[in-house]
Design a binder for this molecule. Structure first.
Ligand SMILES: NC(=O)c1ccc[n+]([C@@H]2O[C@H](COP(=O)([O-])OP(=O)(O)OC[C@H]3O[C@@H](n4cnc5c(N)ncnc54)[C@H](O)[C@@H]3O)[C@@H](O)[C@H]2O)c1
Length: 350
């Protein structure tokens, strides 16, 4: 079964491509490489070849923007003509920085929303109506009680989050049209961290990392001087923010589980939280990282950041009950694998 993976060269996309290939799926990636590296998918192939002792495995890679309708359509035509049509899409492509979305909201609406509309239009034209979409926990409002359920209030506070809500709404409307039978999974990720256990693929941010985990690994490696912790007066056990960290390979496997779940239906729309359901404070994360890897993280405390919330933790019961899936790798494993990737690749893929 051939799957199209827009954004497949990125952090979560590359780990998912690996999981897909290991399960025998054929994949085509469309990626502009605006936030990724050509080496990531080459390394995915290296891992699959090594683990499975196969030589002739490949990923069809199209370097293009998902807003380019002709480029997307070309892929659907290619595989239709080969008698091996694209059956489903796992859609990662988009911009993901909250800060950048505040500075350039038009870019975010254009890439994330127009890009997704373009993709859906072409999918529809070629009768491919199964999609797993990368949504985010940022869509939930601050005032919700914890843990966050799929029916908690949706109230994002930044343009990035609003583009994710808009895409979910477009997918809802698409699903509700009476003529076609769509199968849609909106996967709302919590905080993916870590790397594949080989240390061969991982997160390779371009420039200074926006997220805490690559920041920690780069401070530990001496590339960055110090980690700033934003706020030590939050109403949590140690005063620092609490998040729900999930190992990127658990997340990757969640996508395949979602795809296989959708395949049981003629028509389906489902929203699912993908998290562990466990809250970890910033200090607990640093502490675990230091202990399991025997390293020291230089840190300081700064004031709270505008727009941060105190605690974000998933209720993952729906995902556990629908998908034949559960997160298997604990925080220690996330820290071990993320550090292995960092020491084997001090400058990421560069
Ligand atoms: N990493 C997280 O913490 C997180 C959390 C929640 C949701 N998400 C969402 O998951 C998805 C994947 O996240 P990631 O962390 O792997 O990000 P990433 O930036 O590593 O991957 C996104 C990929 O999409 C590509 N891309 C961007 N714009 C494109 C375009 N117009 N056309 C084609 N390709 C394009 C990038 O080059 C990159 O390879 C994103 O949609 C993101 O919003 C990520």
């Amino acid at each position: 079964m051939r799957i199209l993976v827009p954004g497949g060269a990125g952090f979560i996309g590359s780990h998912t491509c690996l999981a897909l290939l290991e399960k025998g799926y054929e994949i085509t990636v469309i990626d502009s490489y605006i936030n990724s590296h050509k080496k990531s998918l080459q390394r995915v192939l290296d891992i699959v070849k090594r683990n499975n002792r196969v030589k002739n495995i490949s990923i069809d890679i199209e370097i293009a923007d998902i807003r380019d309708e002709k480029a997307v359509e070309k892929l659907f035509i290619r595989y239709k003509d080969l008698g091996n049509p694209i059956k489903a899409v796992i859609h990662f492509a988009g911009r993901k920085s909250v800060q950048e979305s505040v500075l350039d909201p038009l870019l975010y609406w254009d890439v994330n929303v127009n890009g997704s509309i373009n993709l859906l239009r072409v999918m529809d034209k070629y009768n491919c109506r199964t999609i797993v979409f990368s949504s985010s926990a940022t869509i939930y409002g601050f005032s919700n009680s914890l843990p966050l359920k799929e029916n908690s209030e949706i109230k994002p506070i930044n343009p990035y989050g609003r583009t994710k809500v808009a895409i979910e709404q477009i997918l809802n409307d698409t699903y509700n049209n009476q003529t076609d039978k769509w199968k849609i999974a909106n996967l709302r990720y919590f905080n993916p961290i870590g790397a594949h256990s080989s240390g061969i693929i991982g997160e390779s941010p371009i420039g200074i990392p926006n997220n805490i985990f690559p920041y920690i690994t780069q401070v530990a490696a001496g590339i960055l001087d110090q980690l700033s912790i934003f706020g030590q007066d939050w109403p949590t056990l140690d005063g620092t923010c609490v998040r729900d960290y999930i190992h990127v390979m658990d997340l990757a496997e969640g996508h395949i589980a979602a795809l296989e779940y959708l395949n049981n239906f003629e028509k389906k729309l489902v929203n699912l939280n993908l998290g562990t359901g466990l809250g970890t404070s910033v200090l607990e994360l640093i502490d675990t990282f230091e202990k399991v890897n025997n390293v020291k993280i230089s840190k300081n405390f700064a004031g709270r950041r505008i727009g941060d919330s105190c605690k974000v933790v998933a209720d993952n019961c729906l995902a556990l009950s629908c998908l034949n899936w559960s997160p298997k790798r604990d925080l220690e494993k996330m820290c071990l694998d993320g550090w292995k990737w960092q020491i084997l690749n001090p400058r990421g893929y560069d």
